[in-house]
Design a protein around this ligand. Structure first.
Ligand code: PHE
Length: 341
């Protein structure tokens, strides 16, 4: 009997388990009702009564050994399965490639816009997102307590003196005018903030690209041609532009900038609400008071400025119908955008 016990014990030790099939084979061979361990217990009835206790203990040890081996191997295989293989891990296999990151659609479009203007001589300027009243409003000819300030619902951080989240990147252009001498050709891309209710079409955070050109003899013709150049470069050679009279405190005259609808080529569709035109920004000739606030002599220099919303332009380019998607960082949305080289 003792020899029989030792034999089963050795077999258990030698049995190699590296798959769930082998684990099942092990269970059938040793632990199942008809397996070798229960068979040892059956043999116990032929053992002399005075030896029964000792032999019974030895068989029990074999049973515990088999059960432990089974449990350990099962746990090991379960872990490997959780890693996706279902089998033992082969550490010599090459690893799976990691997920490659990409640029946010707003960054892609911003860079495309910046490149178009860089090619015609604009440089890029940046400024703070937390801004004082002077740079965001007063230097831009928003008089104190003037209703024009309400055009842009502001997030104030401090009162007296007013400190706020900038409502447009025109504030950056004031800083450039204060620090540089004309000719100035600068582009200020950046994040801006307005205290607006969030909906599919509006968000309290968005991005702008604003442009400023100041030199001797700059006229509205230069403004129109620059915007026309941008529209053709960005939306395609057949794009047309339209300037509608408007009002901004810092430009005179001022205009809203429309481009012919890139989807129906101006025929009228759902995107342009049947008009053939879509608005992409504002523009105008820099008000002489704004130049004077920054110590630029309006008798010597003139300039134009424009501002466009990057979200609006990105939504047009990719036919996105909800601005909130840009801020949710859902990878299923973001994965759809690739840089065009
Ligand atoms: N700063 C304006 C805005 O944010 C846009 C603009 C810029 C309009 C320059 C005219 C000239 O709405």
């Amino acid at each position: 009997m003792n020899a029989e016990i030792e034999k089963v014990k050795a077999e258990i030790g030698k049995f190699s388990i590296s798959s769930s099939e082998e684990l099942e084979k092990f269970r059938l061979e040793f632990l199942s009702k008809k397996g070798k361990v229960p068979a040892l217990f059956v043999g116990l009835k032929d053992v002399l009564p005075e030896e029964k206790r000792k032999v019974g203990q030895a068989i029990n040890e074999v049973k515990v050994l088999a059960q432990k081996k089974f449990d350990d191997q099962k746990a090991l295989l379960g872990n490997n399965k959780a890693q996706g293989s279902g089998e033992m891990v082969d550490p010599t296999l090459p690893s799976k490639p990691g997920q490659v990151g990409g640029s946010h659609p707003i960054s892609i479009v911003r860079d495309q816009m910046v490149k178009i203007f860089e090619r015609i001589g604009f440089n890029v300027s940046h400024g703070p997102e937390i801004e004082d009243d002077w740079h965001n409003f007063t230097a831009l000819n928003f008089p104190p307590d003037h209703p024009a300030r309400e055009m842009q619902d502001t997030f104030f951080i401090e009162k007296d003196p007013d400190i706020a989240l900038r409502t447009h990147t025109s504030s950056v252009q004031v800083r450039v005018m204060e620090n540089e001498k004309p000719p100035i050709r600068t582009l200020s891309p950046g994040r801006v903030f307005r205290n607006e209710a969030i909906s599919a079409r509006a968000h309290c955070i968005f991005h702008q690209v604003e442009g400023l050109y100041i030199n001797r003899g700059v006229s509205f013709v230069d403004l129109k041609q620059t915007l026309y150049h941008f529209a053709k470069e960005f939306f395609g050679e057949n794009t047309k532009i339209r300037l509608r009279p408007s009002f901004f405190p810092f430009t005179e005259p001022s205009a809203e900038l429309d481009v012919s609808c890139p989807f129906c080529n101006g025929k009228g569709c759902k995107i342009c609400k049947g008009t053939g035109w879509v608005e992409i920004g504002g523009a105008g000739m820099v008000d002489p008071r704004v130049l004077r606030s920054s110590n630029i002599d309006p008798d010597e220099y003139s300039g134009f400025a424009f501002g466009m919303g990057i979200e609006r332009i990105t939504m047009l380019k990719y036919q996105i119908n909800d601005i909130r998607l840009f801020f949710e960082n859902d990878v299923r949305f973001l994965q759809q955008f690739q840089r065009e080289i």
